[in-house]
Design a protein around this ligand. Structure first.
Ligand SMILES: NC(=O)c1ccc[n+]([C@@H]2O[C@H](COP(=O)([O-])OP(=O)(O)OC[C@H]3O[C@@H](n4cnc5c(N)ncnc54)[C@H](O)[C@@H]3O)[C@@H](O)[C@H]2O)c1
Ligand SMILES: [Zn+2]
Ligand SMILES: [Zn+2]
Length: 365
């Protein structure tokens, strides 16, 4: 039987979101219904709200969630009812041309549930953000999107693993493959950039340079493990990075903002053969002009990282355990804990640059 709950709905591009009553259908075959306990507010949700990703309004926002499996659909063997899970916005299908050659992180047919959430007011089908929808009391996802993790990892911290943390840490460990002792620059020290810094520290990078235009982000970047910081609002970050690296540039540059300007800066801040990784999501209007000879002359690579090239089933429990052993500082990423009805305020705080992550905590029971 369908249940009713609440969700944060974005009805039109750029307009404030509304907390609405929503109807949630039972999970279909291969799907599970999850009661959400906590959800982080990621910049990608703001992109959705502003109409910068797609125009499949109305959206049920949120894609960084942790919760409890309440019901399982036909044929589901795992997870089980009662399991504590973090939700994944990519879940390899196991059958596509990438999965079958052993590259499931590149899956071209990542699993999602059928649309099962509707507005109560007018019965419109909701598009869940990146196929999940977590700013709500309950959501329906494909069973493989719900990844069990140790219960000792609290929901406020665990939910962040579901997007921001795995994206940043994975970009370091998997997409770029940061080498021990190497130098790293991170453009944009928000939720994603901070996680890149944590990943670089886990990879034992020698120098980690945080770049941002906001002082508070740079202060936090140092707390996460940046050895140096550069305020790009005050100095040319490429020059500053060269100065910090004996004139050479860094071995690894990460772009975690999503603009042509910062991508170019990341590209030019590299040493010879350096690897630049684009994580920030551009909007559809953005283009980039590149002097090809300069690009060729530096060698190296420009990579794009989706979801940190992670495998949720392998990495969510791993990162939870790193949090529990003190190697991953997820407490520092939770800037504020808020209620579902305060989500619009969290977007405003994000736009003002006040937060790494606002985390929505749903009441228990
Ligand atoms: N590739 C993926 O799989 C993936 C996953 C999640 C998020 N993202 C994207 O990553 C980006 C960052 O997300 P977030 O949640 O960390 O956002 P955020 O708002 O928390 O952080 C963005 C940071 O960039 C800084 N910034 C803005 N302009 C800058 C400039 N010119 N130079 C240096 N820093 C600048 C801001 O001050 C802020 O600290 C977004 O575009 C988001 O959509 C990508
Ligand atoms: Zn996200
Ligand atoms: Zn696949």
């Amino acid at each position: 039987m369908a249940i009713t709950g609440y969700g944060v709905v974005s009805r039109r591009a750029g307009e404030p979101t509304q907390l609405e009553e929503i109807v949630i259908e039972p999970p279909g075959p291969g799907e599970v219904l999850v009661r959400i306990q906590a959800s982080g507010v990621c910049h990608t949700d703001l992109h959705y709200k502003l109409g910068k990703i797609d125009d499949k309004f109305p959206y049920l926002l949120g894609h960084e969630g942790a919760g409890i499996v309440e019901t399982v659909g036909e044929g589901v063997t795992a997870p089980a009812v009662g399991d504590y899970v973090v939700l994944a916005w990519r879940a390899p299908c196991g059958q596509c041309r990438f999965c079958t050659i052993g590259q499931p992180h590149l899956c071209s047919a990542s699993l999602n549930a059928e649309p099962r959430m509707f507005t109560k007011k007018d019965g419109v089908t909701l598009s869940p953000a990146i196929g999940i929808g977590t700013f709500c009391t309950h959501t329906v996802v494909a069973a493989k999107q719900a990844v069990p993790i140790p219960t000792a990892c609290p929901p406020e911290q665990a939910c962040l693993i579901g997007c921001g943390v795995i994206t940043g840490v994975g970009a370091c460990l998997y997409t770029a493959g940061v080498r021990k002792g190497s130098s790293v620059a991170v453009f944009g020290c928000g939720g994603i950039g901070s996680s890149v810094i944590m990943g670089a520290k886990l990879a034992r990078a020698g120098k980690i340079i945080g770049v941002d235009i906001a002082e508070n982000k740079l202060t936090w970047a140092k707390e996460f493990g940046a050895t140096d910081v550069v305020n790009a609002a005050q100095v040319d970050p490429v020059e500053a990075i060269k100065k910090l690296t004996d004139g050479n540039g860094v071995d690894y540059a990460f772009e975690a903002v999503g603009t042509p300007q910062t991508l170019l800066q990341a590209l030019w801040s590299r040493d010879l053969a350096g690897i630049c990784t684009l994580i920030g999501v551009p909007d559809p209007t953005m283009t980039m002009e590149l002097p090809m000879l300069q690009f060729f002359g530096l060698g190296g690579a420009l990579r794009v990282s989706w979801y940190g090239d992670c495998l949720p089933s392998r990495d969510f429990p791993l990162l939870s355990n790193w949090y529990l052993s003190g190697e991953l500082d997820l407490d520092r990423m939770v800037t504020r804990v808020i209620k579902l009805e305060d989500t619009e305020g969290a977007f405003e705080a994000m736009e003002r640059g006040e937060t790494l992550r606002s985390v929505i905590r749903l009441p228990e029971g």
